[in-house]
Write a protein that binds this ligand. Structure first.
Ligand code: 28F
Length: 633
């Protein structure tokens, strides 16, 4: 029986504080916060490998809330701690304890929310078990109900094994019905394997009986190759590595024939999604090397302006991974997703300038081809700037009314907070939507032709496309870098298409457009898919609608001898039916489009625009996170 002295009471108070306000420690208690528990324990295993202890990390998804992570490091210490309990117990019960390498020298992953520590994971788990192979013996401890000791430290005997194993089950009292997502975990392990090229990551999803092993001897090179797998590239990846100001810099870059810049950066193996000083250093080095080469070789005359960074990064896929000792590690802002360490800028810049200019000298023909592309990009940018000026017109009445004439059926009110814009597939559905809607706050914009595939289009082509420019003018918030979601004339943009593959294709093309040219619109949770019914079931005067197979089965048992109509398209419903089933906020349901991980979405969008239709359907089911949001009245 654990004696409760003041320190153990204080410890339990600490953990109960975590359970009261989980968001303070892991950001949120939704899907993202749930996975932070995994990242925290995984980062501790990665820290061991990062510092040379252990070459293999295993992650096993046991069930939708339970996961096991194991490393082959030195094993967590189990000796008596100054507080009177074992170090192992301190690591899992003391808040912000277990800062493993608090001493200078080792690298510590910033661990998502930074030093949250394993104790927070324990506090938010219904149970947690730890096994440590340390000092030639095997020790275990069990905790339950948010971190209380269930079975004290038990030395099970001698063992030559080394390492740590942590198994925990996330507490449904905290995370509700959010569950672990195998794909989320798998892509994070794959990403870590690229960054730690001497470590093997093995992921087992026990439910789906699937095991994946990630090991990339050419880590970052393989990373850019895999990001560019669906698009033509111009050369083998360029690998740059060096050390400056005690900062280790690793960069890999490869140009593809597309228009998108895809720069992903990391510090101590954790993604810095908002960039920071290492990215700034890389970008200024790239601009410097390209302009120097272009001037020296007569591609830029004295009178010509320099290429701008945005021209030089078109089609550029780059991974920047820096390692910084903890005492030098600084972040900007609260979320630790933007590196602040000033020295990382000069370290990255120096190393990239040195090695990339050498590469350009060695590979003059490739360098020349790249510079020619940058010149084209610069002139396209000029054209885009003019088009953007046009698009800015999209914010004022005159030219937008011209562009929308005969297309948009506007809402009567001008209430940006309430108005809804329905993008409807085809004129017939557009007609019944116009008739059935509540014109006080619902506007209809029928889409006639196929929406342009903006994956490979430039801003100029986008502006020339009828369908897209009418959407730009209808929203009135500009486009691309000029887009300002606060100017958007609508609270909701609802895509309403037939529930068939053509409809799915239009959905994906529109989502690609919104993702590339109006990303803030999705991030502001303003983009929805309408959910028309799939079936109408009737017997006598009684009738009802089914929105999926399950509902149809349920209704079949309710209705006796009934007739069932399968709706092929929106046009088969009359205006009243369309209103009642799909548009009336009181009875409809909408699917909110929110992109969970820009990297996955970005990559999948380029994959989707290929012609592998079956992958498109798979992607919709797997990646666009549909959450059925029942309309509040
Ligand atoms: C599955 C998750 O958590 N692995 C870990 C170690 C190794 C040491 C350590 C951890 C408390 C304050 C030092 C061992 N020997 N995998 C893991 N492996 N923690 S967590 O030390 C934590 C102590 O400072 C370790 C010598 N030094 C460190």
């Amino acid at each position: 029986m654990t004696q409760y002295n003041e320190s153990s009471i204080q410890i339990l108070e600490g953990l109960s504080a975590v359970r009261k306000r989980p968001g303070m420690y892991i950001g949120s208690s939704d899907h993202r916060g749930l996975h932070h528990l995994v990242w925290e324990i995984l980062d501790n295993a990665i820290d061991e490998a990062l510092n040379g202890f252990g070459q293999c990390i295993k992650v096993t998804l046991i069930d939708e809330r339970t996961i096991r992570i194991e490393d082959e490091g030195r094993g967590m210490p189990t000796g008596l701690h100054s507080s009177g309990v074992s170090t192992l117990e301190v690591i899992f019960t003391k808040l912000h304890a277990g800062g493993k390498f608090s001493s200078v020298g080792g690298y510590k992953t910033s661990g998502g929310l930074h030093g949250v520590g394993a104790s927070v994971v324990n506090a938010l788990s219904s149970w947690l078990e730890v096994t440590s192979f340390h000092g030639g013996q095997m020790a275990t401890m069990k905790f339950e109900k948010g971190g209380s000791v269930a079975s004290p430290l038990h030395i099970n005997g001698k063992s030559t094994k080394k390492g740590s194993i942590v198994t925990f089950s996330a507490d449904p009292l905290i995370f509700g019905n959010h569950v672990f997502n195998a794909e989320t975990i798998s892509s994070r392990l794959k990403e870590s394997a690229y960054l730690l090229d001497d470590v093997t990551f093995i992921f087992t999803d026990e439910k789906n009986k699937k095991t994946e092993t990630f090991k990339f001897d050419h880590g970052l090179k393989q990373f850019v190759i895999d990001i560019n797998e669906d698009i033509e590239t111009l050369h083998e990846p360029i690998a740059i590595t060096g050390m400056a100001h005690d900062i280790e810099v690793n960069v890999s870059l490869q140009y593809n024939v597309g228009y998108n810049e895809n720069i992903i950066s990391f510090v101590n193996m954790v993604k810095t999604k908002d960039g920071g000083t290492h990215e700034v250093g890389f970008k200024s080095a790239l601009t410097k090397v390209v302009n120097d080469f272009a001037r020296k070789n007569g591609f830029l005359k004295d009178k010509d302006k320099n290429f701008e960074g945005v021209d030089i990064r078109e089609g550029c896929t780059a991974i920047i991974s820096v390692k910084i000792a903890e005492d030098l590690l600084q972040f900007e802002g609260q979320t630790k997703s933007k590196l602040g360490t000033e020295k990382a800028k000069s370290a990255t810049e120096t190393i990239v300038v040195e090695q990339l200019s050498y590469f350009f000298e060695e590979q003059r023909s490739l360098a020349t081809e790249l510079v020619k592309r940058f010149a084209k990009a610069a002139s396209a940018r000029e054209a885009a700037r003019k088009a953007r000026e046009e698009a800015r017109q999209g914010k004022n009445a005159k030219s937008s009314s011209r562009a929308l004439a005969g297309k948009l059926s506007p809402a009567q009110s001008k209430d940006k907070k309430r108005n809804e814009l329905f993008l409807v597939e085809g004129d017939s559905a557009g007609g019944s939507a116009k008739q059935g809607r509540d014109s006080k706050f619902q506007a209809i914009l029928p889409l006639r032709g196929k929406v342009l595939n903006t994956e490979k289009a430039s801003i100029t082509e986008v502006m020339k496309n009828e369908e897209l420019s009418s959407i730009i003018y209808a929203l009135g918030a500009g486009v691309g870098s000029e887009f300002d979601v606060s100017d958007c004339a609508y609270d909701k943009v609802i895509i309403m298409t037939d529930a068939d593959t053509d409809g799915a294709h239009i959905q994906i093309l529109l989502l690609t457009f919104f993702y590339r040219y109006m990303k803030p619109l999705i991030e502001a949770n303003k983009v929805f898919l309408a959910c028309p019914p799939l079936y109408k079931i009737a017997s006598g005067k009684e009738s009802a609608y089914a929105y999926d197979e399950q509902e149809l089965q349920a209704l079949k048992s309710k209705f006796k001898s009934s007739t069932i109509q399968r709706y092929k398209g929106l046009g088969e419903m009359n205006a009243d039916q369309l209103w009642e089933t799909t548009m009336d906020p009181k009875s409809r349901s909408l699917l909110l489009i929110s992109i969970e991980d820009a990297y996955v979405a970005n990559k999948k969008v380029s994959l989707l625009m290929g012609d592998k239709a079956h992958l498109r359907r798979e992607w919709i089911n797997d990646h666009v996170s549909f959450s059925l949001s029942e309309e509040e009245v």
